[in-house]
Design a protein around this ligand. Structure first.
Ligand SMILES: NC(=O)c1ccc[n+]([C@@H]2O[C@H](COP(=O)([O-])OP(=O)(O)OC[C@H]3O[C@@H](n4cnc5c(N)ncnc54)[C@H](O)[C@@H]3O)[C@@H](O)[C@H]2O)c1
Length: 270
């Protein structure tokens, strides 16, 4: 049920890898709501070729960019404005990767070069996106920039290792840059803290299935799906949320406010 809430708006969507990606579902939803956008991902992810399927379905151009490379971002923002015919109204940062997690390193045995890569890809890239767009004056007033976070920014999860620090930094950048951009240009910057979701990034965390089920039982509404997240992002891009900025918004079916739930009590009762 589309209502055209993004009609006339232009933007960039980072991070659609395959049909499970939160960014993939978001692209489809934004298109249904009338938004125009370019799609982007790291050149290495392009090789899978999947993004072209999405681009076709959305009538969107694909512009490769490594989100850690300022030059790529410059090119991406400049080309996007050219292709879409004007300044932008929304940006989705849906990017995360930890070489330490990929390579199964424990928290007590971190490779620090990889740790820095985790921070660069998963957090600092958000600052680079914001700084590039500010320098190019690429965003219209009341534009909305959203990045995706996880509750491991606030709470300890054994296998989330250095991604926990990356998410804490990501949320902090949303506050600091949100303050600056809001004051200068009335641009909004927020993070959405999403339930565990079955995607390539999600399934890379060891023990994922267990904490997926745990979160589901701890959430009165159950885990939020990638489609639910796409709907929330769409609303955050719309004018219905004009005064929301510098927030970390929990999108987790009630998980973060639950102490224990009936289903967990039932499960744990001997
Ligand atoms: N899946 C979950 O359980 C979950 C929960 C909360 C938050 N998130 C967050 O949601 C976001 C999207 O992840 P997803 O679950 O859709 O998984 P995904 O694997 O589909 O998406 C991650 C994306 O990051 C991109 N990426 C990696 N390095 C990059 C680089 N250098 N430059 C540009 N792009 C790069 C990948 O190519 C991929 O498209 C991430 O920030 C993730 O941490 C995921």
């Amino acid at each position: 049920m589309a209502n055209g809430i993004l009609k006339g708006k232009r933007g960039i969507i980072f991070g659609a890898l395959d049909e499970n990606s939160i960014a993939w579902k978001t692209a489809l939803k934004v298109k249904d709501e009338g938004g125009l956008f370019t799609l982007t991902n790291a050149p290495i992810a392009m090789r899978m070729g999947k993004i072209n399927e999405l681009a076709k379905a959305c009538h969107a151009e694909v512009i490769p960019a490594d989100a850690t490379a300022e030059q790529d971002l410059n090119n991406l923002f400049s080309k996007s404005m050219e292709v879409l015919g004007g300044k932008l109204d929304f940006v989705l940062h849906s990017i995360g990767m930890s070489p330490n997690i990929r390579k199964g390193k424990e928290y007590g045995d971190m490779n620090y070069e990889w740790f820095q890569k985790t921070l660069d890809i998963s957090a600092l890239s958000f600052h680079k996106v914001l700084q590039t767009s500010e320098k190019l004056d690429a965003l219209n007033e009341w534009a909305s920039v959203v990045a995706l976070s996880y509750i491991a920014a606030q709470r300890a999860y054994p296998d989330y290792t250095d991604m926990a620090q990356a998410k804490a930094m990501l949320e902090s950048i949303a506050r600091s840059y949100g303050q600056r951009y809001g004051t200068k240009k009335k641009v909004r910057v927020n993070t959405i803290s999403q339930s565990p979701t079955k995607t390539t990034a999600g399934a890379g965390i060891s023990g994922f299935d267990v904490f997926f089920d745990f979160a589901d039982m701890m959430s009165p509404l159950g885990n939020a799906t990638a489609e639910d997240c796409a709907s929330y992002i769409t609303v955050m891009f719309s004018d219905y949320t004009r005064m929301v900025t510098m927030q970390n918004l929990m999108h987790d079916g009630g998980f973060s406010s639950s102490g224990i739930t009936d289903s967990l009590i039932e499960k744990l009762t001997k």
